[in-house]
Design a protein around this ligand. Structure first.
Ligand code: ADP
Length: 252
C-alpha cells in the first residue's frame, strides 16, 4: 500500500524579489513500511521536501497525499491534526522542550491528543524504556547526551503510534557510533511497529543502512534505488514493484 504520494511537486521561495526554486518537479511514491532515505548535498531540497510531506509548508504546485489524504485541500487546523495523529517528526537539533523532562517531553504529545494522565504516564515510560532510556526518564534535556536527547525525540515521534516518521538529518549532530545506534533503533521500530520511516541525510552510514535511497540533486530526483537488506543484490525498482513509479517526474 502506498502511504505517501508526491506528484510533480514544485516549491519556490520568494526572497526579496528573488525566486529560489527549492524543489523542481518531484514525483515519488513511498509504500507503507518502507525505511527510506532522501540523500543529497546541502541545498538540494531535502528539508523542503520533508516539510511539504509533513504539511509544515505548502507546495507552489503539484499535489501530496499522505495516508490517503490530499494535503492541498486541508485547512491549517486539519493539517495540524494530521501531524498530531499520523506523523512523527525527528529533527536534526532534537527540538526538545528544555524545561520538560524526558518523560514530560514524550507525554506532551499525548496531552495534546487528549489522552488521560495515567495512560500518558504509562505509555511515555514504556516507550522511553523501549528506546533504552528507562533510567533517564526524569532528566532534563541538558542533563543528557546528544544521542540520548535524539532517542527522546524518537520516543516522542512514535509515542502517538503514527503511520509515518519523518526525520530530517537525524544523525547530523551525533558521532558515528551514536548515529549508527540511532539508525539501528529506528530500523527496529520500523520492523516491529510497521511504521514507515522517511529520513533525509547526507551521512554515508545512514545511506548504506536505508532500504531505499532517493537521491536529490538541485531539487530533482537524480536516482532512486531500493536495496535488499543484508547485502542482497541491489535493484532498481520498476513499475512492477508496488508503490513506485520510476522517474515519472521527467516533465519540466
Ligand atoms: P537541504 O535540506 O537539502 O539542505 P533545503 O530544502 O533546506 O535543502 O533548501 C533548498 C533550497 O531552498 C536552498 O537553496 C535553500 O537556500 C532554499 N531555501 C530553503 N528554505 C528557504 C526559505 N525559507 N526561504 C528562501 N529560500 C529557502
Amino acid at each position: 500500500m502506498e502511504i505517501i504520494t508526491v506528484n510533480n511537486v514544485i516549491k519556490n521561495y520568494e526572497n526579496n524579489g528573488l525566486t529560489v526554486a527549492a524543489v523542481r518537479g518531484v514525483t515519488m511514491h513511498i509504500g507503507q513500511g518502507e525505511f527510506s532515505a532522501i540523500a543529497g548535498p546541502s541545498g538540494s531540497g531535502k528539508t523542503t521536501l520533508l516539510n511539504l510531506i509533513g504539511g509544515l509548508d505548502r507546495p507552489s504546485s503539484g499535489s501530496i497525499t499522505v495516508d490517503g489524504m490530499e494535503l492541498s485541500g486541508m485547512s491549517p487546523k486539519e493539517l495540524a491534526d494530521l501531524r498530531l495523529r499520523k506523523i512523527g517528526f525527528v529533527f536534526q537539533a532534537y527540538n526538545l522542550i528544555p524545561v520538560l523532562t524526558a518523560r514530560e517531553n514524550v507525554e506532551y504529545i499525548l496531552l495534546l491528543q487528549g489522552v488521560e494522565r495515567e495512560e500518558r504516564e504509562r505509555r511515555s515510560v514504556a516507550i522511553l524504556t523501549e528506546v533504552g532510556l528507562g533510567s533517564e526518564i526524569d532528566r532534563l534535556p541538558r542533563e543528557m547526551s546528544g544521542g540520548q536527547q535524539q532517542r527522546v525525540a524518537v520516543a516522542r515521534a512514535i509515542v502517538s503510534e503514527p503511520s509515518i516518521v519523518l526525520a530530517d538529518e537525524p544523525t547530523a549532530n551525533l558521532d558515528q557510533k551514536t548515529g549508527e545506534a540511532l539508525i539501528d533503533l529506528m530500523h527496529r521500530l520500523n520492523k516491529e511497529k510497521k511504521i514507515t520511516f522517511l529520513f533525509s541525510t547526507h551521512d554515508r552510514m545512514v545511506m548504506e543502512r536505508a532500504e531505499r535511497l532517493i537521491r536529490l540533486t538541485d531539487g530533482r530526483i537524480a536516482q532512486d534505488r531500493a536495496e535488499k537488506p543484508k547485502g542482497g543484490k541491489m535493484k532498481t525498482k520498476t513499475s512492477a514493484n508496488a508503490g513506485f513509479k520510476p522517474r515519472a517526474a521527467k516533465k519540466r
